[in-house]
Design a binder for this molecule. Structure first.
Ligand SMILES: *Cc1c(COP(=O)(O)O)cnc(C)c1O
Length: 387
């Protein structure tokens, strides 16, 4: 009987999808093909691969696995999340208009505002927690809506289904940056999105040792465009990075469960703490979009943002006092990280915009890892008592 991987549960597909045991050796784990080129029998006659920028067998296994996990037909792996984002934007032409959220990963905003704009792409940034704002931003040349949900760092949600329905009626493509939830907790294709991207650097690879990105789609015509651009622009994932990310995918389900259970515990702990003003976590009933979170996500993840009482000095003391958490940028790895968005990850967002979004001196972002829960709580407790 044929092995129909789509019928299996997430954890099974994460381990098996995309790979048939190597025909020549029976290798149970996918080989790492470090070759750049492939022998041809006759000019133009080859066995699926000709040159590793266009395609590499290790990358293919990874791409098929991630597409399967997102419930998409096609997947493409890039050398970074930013390479994935810029490749999507390169599908557009000069004069096209993009509607994007007002809060997003700082590097995405920087690319839109400082690079893509110079190539003639127009942008409207608006609060996409409200579907009306999307409706009111539509122009005759709008080609794409860019959703990041939950947003980085204020964890605001956009209603993927409502926005993608409205986008379809207006011939607008919907692209979703699904980095924060990973395919385990959110599948935007099933909610109507056309394209989904991830910074694979985060939860997908999950061990803070690969920079990578992915794009998936179920549309054949979009897949052709992305595949053509991947090969033509060349920002593809290396075989070794593909191998590491694919290896990590096998444990995505268990890692995400652990991130979430630690995340919940830390969010509740912070909410009760006298030195904390406010906690933002989609799993808390106090989150303004908790109902939407329950509807479109299968879990709430391990990202938490909170406002500390006091000023920048208190925040600095907290960030300098942690011992199990590490003060560093990035997120989604097995280790817990703490950071200060205004000074670190979101420094590239203009200060006026930061003010509007509430990215102030008291704002602290946590990527809760999968260490022993009581160690994380004890560490935050001692760091908070010293600030
Ligand atoms: C990190 C990140 C990116 C950029 O990905 P890189 O792999 O760092 O290039 C894009 N979107 C989000 C939400 C991110 O967290």
């Amino acid at each position: 009987m044929a092995w129909s991987k789509d019928e299996y549960g997430f954890a099974t597909r994460a381990i098996h999808a995309g790979y048939e045991f190597d025909a020549s050796t029976g290798a149970v784990m996918p080989p790492l093909y470090l070759t750049t080129t492939f022998a041809q029998k006759s000019p133009g006659v080859f066995q699926g691969y000709d040159y590793s920028r266009a395609g590499n067998p290790t990358r293919t296994v990874y791409e098929q696995c991630i597409a399967n996990l997102e419930g998409a037909k096609y997947g493409y792996a890039f050398s970074s999340g930013m390479a994935a984002i810029s490749t999507i934007i390169q599908m557009l032409k000069s004069g096209d208009h993009v509607i994007a959220g007002d809060d997003m990963y700082g590097g995405t905003f920087r690319y839109f505002d400082k690079v893509a704009k110079n190539h003639g792409i127009e942008f409207t940034f608006t609060d996409l927690t409200n579907v009306e704002n999307f409706k009111n931003s539509i122009q005759s040349n709008t080609a794409l809506v860019w959703l990041e949900t939950p947003t980085n760092p204020t964890l605001k949600l956009s209603d993927i289904q409502s926005i993608s329905n409205l986008a379809k009626e207006n011939n607008i493509l919907t692209a979703v940056d699904n980095t924060f939830m990973s395919p385990y907790f959110q599948n935007p294709i099933s909610l109507g999105a056309d394209l989904v991207m991830h910074s694979a650097t985060k939860y997908i690879n999950g061990h803070s040792d690969v920079i990578g990105g992915v794009v998936v789609t179920s549309s054949e015509s979009l897949a052709e465009k992305i595949s053509f651009l991947a090969k033509s622009v060349g920002a593809v994932a290396s075989p070794f990075d593909s191998y590491l990310a694919m290896r990590s995918l096998k444990t995505l389900a268990v890692r995400m469960e652990a991130h979430q259970s630690n995340g919940f515990a830390v969010a509740k702990f912070l909410q009760e703490h006298s030195k904390v003003d406010k906690v933002l976590y989609p799993g808390l009933e106090s989150h303004p979009q908790h109902e939407l979170a329950k509807k479109q996500m299968k879990g709430f993840g391990g990202m938490i943002t909170f406002y500390l009482k006091g000023d920048l000095n208190n925040a600095k003391k907290l960030l300098e006092s942690v011992q199990v958490f590490t003060l560093a940028e990035s997120l989604g790895g097995v280790e817990s990280l703490i950071e200060h968005p205004a000074i670190m990850t979101h420094a590239s967002v203009p200060s006026e915009r930061r003010k509007e979004l509430g990215i102030n001196d008291q704002l602290v972002r946590l990527s809760v890892g999968i260490e022993t829960q009581s160690d994380l709580l004890r560490d935050l407790d001692q760091a908070l008592s010293s600030c």
